[in-house]
Each structure stands twice: as C-alpha cells, then as structure tokens.
Design a protein around this ligand. Sequence first.
Ligand code: 9YW
Length: 450
Amino acid sequence: VARPQPRALTNVETAARAAYALRGNDRGRLTVAAPGLYPHMWSWDAAFIAIGLARLSTDRALTELETLLSAQWRNGKIPHIVFSDGDASYEPGPKRWACGEISADAPGGPATSGLMQPPIHGIAVRRVLDSARRAGPVERRAAADRIRALWPRLLAWHRYLAEYRDPDRRGLLTIYHGWESGLDNSPRWDVPYAAVVPAKAFVPFRRADVHALDSVGGAAAQRPTDGDYARYQWLIEELRQARYDDARARETLSFLVADVFASAIFAAAAGELASVADELALPGGDELIAQAERFRRGVASTIGDDGFATDLDLRTGRVLRTKTIAGFAPLLCGGLSESRRRGLVNALFSPDWCGHPGLAVALPPSTSPSSPAFDPARYWRGPQWPPMTWLLIWGLERSGEPEAAAVLRASALDQLSDGLFAEYYHPFTGEPLGARPQSWTAAVALDLAL
Ligand code: 9YW
C-alpha cells in the first residue's frame, strides 16, 4: 500500500518544527541526543545542538556547553557521554564504565563514559558568539562573559588532545575505539577491528539499541551487527584494564588508529577558538593557531594520489583506504592548494558520491555507493547523516567554495523538510531511519533553515 508522502515544509516551517523537537528533548540543562534510544548527552551532539540552539537562545546554547564541560575530566578530556539521571536503559551505562572507581581523572559527578568524541566544540563556541553579536550588545556581553568562564576548560580540552592524543606530533588524533570517531561502524574501521578479539570468558552483554528501536522497525538490520558490538564492548574492557590512562592505553589496546576526520575537525575548531581568543582578548591564541596549523598539515599529509584523506592503523602502520565521507576531511580544515580542493569538490559531486543516479536526495552518503562495503540502511555504512552534511557545508563555505556549499544546503533542506529529524536517511529511498526526533538533526535543520 503506497503511503501518502508527507507534505514538504517551507524553511520557516522546518525551523519551527526543529525548535519544537529540540524543546521536546530538552531536560533543563541538557538536551538528550534522542528520546528512547539515546536518553543522555553525547559530546559532539551537544556541540551541534548548541549550534542550533544559538538560533533560538544563546543563553540556552551556552547552558548546553556548560553542562558538557562540567563533566570534563581532570586531564582535560571531554567525555563522549554525560549520563543524565534517572534513565538506566542505555548500555553500556555508568556501572559498566565505572570511571569514578577506576580513574582519578574522572570527575566527581555527573557520571560519564571513558571515551571522547570528535572535538567540534570550538566551532560551536564561535557560532554562539556570532549569534549573540547579531542579537545585540547585551546578549553579546553576556555570552562573552560565559565564554570567558569556560575558557580554561576549552583550552584544557585542546591541550589534552594535542598532548595525549598526538604524542608523536603527527598532527593526527589517535582514537581508542570506533565510538571515538563518532562514525561507529564505518568501514574505515573494519581492518583494525578485525584485530580486536574478545576473550572467550568475556561476559555477554545486553544490546539496548536494537530493542529501543523496535517500535520503528527494521532496527537490527540498520544497526551495527552483534559481532561489531562484541568488539565495542571488549575494547571498553581493555580500556578499563588500562585504567583509562592514555599512556597505558597506547601500549595495550588492540585498536589504535589515527582518525583523519576528527583531526580535521580539531584543526578547524582550534582555528575558530583562536579567533574567539582574539576577539575577546583571551589567552592561548598562539597555542591554538599552532594546533590548527599542526593538524591541518597532519590531515594534508595523509592525502593519497586520488586526493582523498586517509586514516592510519597505528598498530600495523597500514594506511586505511576506504571510500567513506571521512576522505573529504581536508574540506573541513582547509589548507589545500586550489587544484586539490577543486579535485575534491568535483569528486564530491561525481557519480561515486552526490552525483550517484540512485540517490533520493543528492547528498553524500556516509560510505560511497561504489564501495564494496556500502550498505544503504546500516548506520555509518551508507545512510546519509545530516550533521555530516552540515559539516561539509560549513567547510565549503569557509574554504572558498560557496557555490558547492549552496548546492548542498538546498539538498539538505530538501531532505529535512519532512520535518521528522531522523537520525539518518536511506540514500536511495529517502526513508527516515533510526531514532527520531534526533536532536542534532533538528539542530542542523534549524541552523540551515534560518
Ligand atoms: C551508540 C548520539 C550518538 C552519536 C554517534 C552515533 C551514535 C551511539 O549516536 O552512537 O550507542 O552507538 O554513532 O556519532 O554521537 O547521537
């Protein structure tokens, strides 16, 4: 039976509905990533959420960042999950991580995970300050004061990344788990994950994600497989054994990868924070500029003959060449020659990517449809993810590619005009998939539509 297509919304209607969705996911001082499936705060989601909220209220946007930073570890790490009280459905939960019991670096409260996520927070801070300036002098002053108060924590976060996650000074961030990349089951990690072998005696686990999505249907087929999940959980066990200590983790973990996409985000965020330092006369500007340069160079150093950036398996020294959205990393942090940049933009609109004839909406899938690893419905192995589209638009706008950015923006708004704010979209059917309303989807819709 053909179901009637929902009427496409105008941009203003999309924005209004996105604001409503964010309000529904607001728990006061944090916005849950999604009701049901993700009832807590996720680090990079929170930054995207702040970018969207800044369009409504810079006050509320700053609260989101303050909540996240209040859970910062003593070594500067921003944890990938901040657990909200009262919902124990998500696995692995605080008991499994046991950060407070295991590491002296963990904060006294709230409970957190022991991993991190891509450091886009500096981009969010810049956007909030810009929104506050547009709102008027009173709002700008208030935002400047609160950013000043957050500044030591923001600098500590960037120092943690530059020191502990790039001790060899390659200009590339090391990750300990696919979850740290934010692109959990991306084929980028298939080779390094093959070396992650859970011990025979390892206790079995419960998968909350598949059950939480039952109401939507098709959950198991869209999520990482049980085999993937066993490895995810085993790596947490290895991290616990390393006591969440970076030096020990680097020696002992069976998964250790240089993540080029997170590195590009770090370079971009460092550049954004440097401009905030300059504008608000805050310390650390030179250090941030140096971080931006070092990581921009690091990202550029991975570019292969085909023009795409690559990840590096630090356990084997192997370059990880997969056709995923992460290959476009240099478009986020700049620093490319014009011909390289043009080449990458042309690739973005080629039949391997947005120009693929089967796409419902001409937006980059998380994995190229021409890759053997492509799976159109399975999470980061094919579906389109609106926050990734947002990042590319942001990068293109800033790196001298406004036309390409405008084309993507129009397509993104087309996708988001269903008003559902799904976690991810089937690239061929256009079907909304996963959790909904997903806060970061609503946030980027709000930002793009206004
Ligand atoms: C999980 C919240 C998070 C995102 C990640 C995404 C997913 C959680 O959801 O991970 O349990 O797998 O992969 O990027 O931050 O939206």
